[in-house]
Design a protein around this ligand. Structure first.
Ligand code: BGC
Length: 467
């Protein structure tokens, strides 16, 4: 049976040569996204973040942080301790974002955010203080200033009509004003990749890449200003939010998209966009496995050709099942439990085939991420004219953290694809929370030390050219 299963899985197996090819396509995409005149048609958006400095260890103070990017919304009170070079979470609160709110009216979503923040401020006895606020908003945004961030598009199951094209900070401030019982101070908008890079950066100052492989996927890195053609200035570096999830939206990954990827895309709430993300991230991996299992049972290679009603329910196969089934010691037992739960009649051969399917899908994800990360590392090395680049990547996300061998496969493949780069991987401790505080703290440090720099940054930001 295993032999007859292989041809179905073959299109998901990407050779090193294919990955090199994908990497060189992504490299072209990165350059196109950075270009002044090519940016508007680029699939990989390469968004300037206006973060020009990573932490230097002198940052300090108290901050509020908001984190919206998945099904939960979090509010945090964070303290940055200079003496211990530590970011301490003082307290936090989680508010669930109900599924209908993720696709409902804009005002309802932002009123919910403002109300969670209000409750938290009251419970922390912070009313009357206006602490600077870092807002981790993990969606592609065109940042005009550190506190002006226009949503380009929703991803990851969110789709509130009317937010795309609008400034998220204004929407937040309006919602706070509608309540009228508290106020917020200066706001720094942060993508979760940037938060991740910055939270690791306090510990390891060579951390210049942030990567997320969770519900969605994305990375940011420090790019030379001279290559960031849409922002004035040639000196120094700026953190670029690549939004690599959009790679392939121009059709450039058509040859490696399988029929299962196409089906996942077609039935998603945003067909045609974030094609790379849909091959990689936690929101979609389980569904790819489910479609493969259905196909294999149709071909009588699984479950004696019987598929249960349950397995025919979209999204019933959760991505966390993949991790559980691939667990070294308990995996096969987990598979038996999960297949029974899905009302399937299985035998021992089925259990092994299901494990092989999970391994094929998660392994492709790890290898594609590796190709993308290698592209960035190679670009940074060439940018700097180095024979060898030594750098650290701050990483976060459930797929990277929870899957038993995802990180190992990713790291191994990056070493093969970027042999001139020595990359240290640092799992971030709450990048979306503490990292947002860190971005705000660095922005504050620059303002405190050089008040004129603040002015400079502001004017740089307004130099972002309208195309
Ligand atoms: C978003 C990114 C985000 C990533 C990881 C993607 O869907 O477009 O902005 O960084 O998910 O959360």
């Amino acid at each position: 049976v295993l032999q007859r299963v292989q041809p179905v899985l073959q299109p998901l197996r990407l050779s090193l040569d294919k990955l090199r090819d994908v990497s060189s396509r992504l490299h072209k995409g990165l350059v196109q996204g950075l270009g002044k005149h090519s940016h508007h048609r680029a699939a990989v958006k390469m968004l300037p973040t206006f973060v020009r400095a990573t932490p230097d260890g002198t940052e300090k103070g108290d901050f509020l942080a908001l984190d919206l990017g998945g099904t939960n919304f979090r509010v945090l009170h964070v303290r940055v301790l200079q003496a211990e070079q530590k970011v301490v979470k003082m307290d936090s609160q989680i508010c669930v974002v109900p599924k209908d709110m993720m696709t409902g009216a804009t005002q309802q979503l932002f009123d919910h955010i403002a109300s969670c923040l209000g409750d938290f401020i009251a419970s922390q006895e912070l009313k009357g203080q206006t602490l600077p606020l870092g807002f981790t908003f993990s969606f592609p945004c065109e940042q005009k200033e550190i506190d002006k961030s226009i949503l380009i598009r929703w991803t990851k199951g969110f789709n509130c009509p009317g937010v795309e094209g609008r400034d998220v900070v204004t929407l937040l401030r309006d919602a706070v004003r509608r309540r009228g019982d508290y106020d917020i101070g200066s706001v720094a908008m942060v993508n979760d990749t940037v938060g991740t890079m910055m939270s690791c950066g306090y510990k390891d100052q060579s951390c210049e890449i942030g990567m997320i492989i969770g519900t969605g996927t994305n990375a940011c890195y420090m790019e030379e200003m001279k290559n960031v053609k849409r922002v004035e200035g040639e000196d120094g570096r700026m953190c670029i939010n690549t939004e690599w999830g959009g790679f392939g939206d121009d059709g450039s990954l058509r040859d490696i998209q399988t029929e299962f990827d196409q089906m996942v895309d077609k039935t998603s709430i945003n067909p045609g966009v974030h094609i790379f993300e849909k091959m990689i991230s936690g929101m979609y991996l389980g569904e790819i496995v489910r479609l493969l299992l259905l196909r294999l049972s149709e071909e009588k290679l699984l479950f004696k050709g019987q598929k249960s009603e349950v397995l025919q329910t979209p999204e019933i196969f959760q991505t966390k099942f993949i991790s559980e089934i691939e667990e070294e010691d308990t995996g096969l037992d987990n598979a038996r439990r999960i297949l029974t739960q899905l009302d399937l009649q299985w035998d021992e051969a089925d259990v092994r085939v299901v494990r092989l399917v999970c391994d094929t899908v998660s392994s492709r994800s790890a290898r594609l991420c590796a190709a993308a990360l290698a592209t960035i590392a190679n670009k940074m090395r060439l940018n700097r004219g180095l024979d060898r680049l030594q750098t650290t990547v701050g990483v976060d996300g459930t797929v990277y953290r929870k899957h038993p061998n995802f990180s190992e496969e990713l790291q191994l493949t990056v070493r093969l694809l970027a042999p001139e780069c020595s990359i240290t991987f640092l799992v971030s401790e709450d990048g979306s929370g503490k990292g947002a505080a860190m971005v705000t703290a660095v922005a504050q440090r620059l303002c405190v030390l050089f008040p004129c720099l603040h002015f400079l940054i502001k004017s740089y930001m307004s130099d972002l050219k309208n195309e």
